[in-house]
Ligand binder design. Sequence first.
Ligand SMILES: Nc1nc2c(ncn2[C@@H]2O[C@H](COP(=O)(O)OP(=O)(O)OP(=O)(O)O)[C@@H](O)[C@H]2O)c(=O)[nH]1
Ligand SMILES: [Mg+2]
Length: 236
Amino acid sequence: MLDARPLIVIPTYNERDNLPSLLDAVHAAMPIADVLIVDDNSPDGTGDLADARSAEDGWVHVMHREGKQGLGTAYLAGFRWGLERPYTHIFEMDADFSHDPRALSALLEATVEADVALGSRWVKGGGTVGWPLKRQLLSRGGSLYARTILGVGVKDLTGGFKCFRREVLETMDLDGVATKGYGFQIELTWRALQKGFDVVEVPITFVDRVAGQSKMSGAIFREALTVVWKLRLGLV
Ligand SMILES: Nc1nc2c(ncn2[C@@H]2O[C@H](COP(=O)(O)OP(=O)(O)OP(=O)(O)O)[C@@H](O)[C@H]2O)c(=O)[nH]1
Ligand SMILES: [Mg+2]
């Protein structure tokens, strides 16, 4: 994909311990990509760290938002930023090394045949490292629940390591996306499928975060459970 100009959107909230080495690894894995960090005024100074890096490296861009507003709106803001510029592909990626930068190329390659490539834990060749059985079951069960209600074939609906061809995001009504947490991932994939885009799953090994703290909460989980029904019933 010599003519690709990818943008990797990375939302951050208190990822000071991960960000510098993550940026190194991302750039080593995909030197043709730009990175946009969307920081929600992290109390640990992640935003300042990102600014310093951006001043050094032209491929690093930073968007600052006033306070913690959720992963979903951070991505939407990042997508809009990317669509205002001539990027050909837009990636979603976490800052905590759960998403191995070495899988970026496989995701990009997969969009030669498809419109959206999803990093997937629950297809052959994929999996998790460092996750207790309980969390694995929760994730598998969550995807099975969503897949059954929505009637789609995607095995990992809650993953957040994705590559969209820009046309997909251009076509979707981003203003209509209301989900903030995990449900956001389900909603985006569902909307892409509804628009008739091809979605392919690429096996990834998801590694539990080593540094920093999780932002997973009961509220985020409950939102994901209800959004599936809202999508199915056409309420959003
Ligand atoms: N800008 C922004 N980023 C966020 C917000 N919430 C989470 N993030 C980032 O989104 C990514 C995913 O969040 P995580 O806390 O790793 O969520 P998770 O992967 O479900 O939880 P763990 O498995 O414990 O890591 C990370 O890069 C976070 O820093 C938010 O409200 N705003
Ligand atoms: Mg994480």
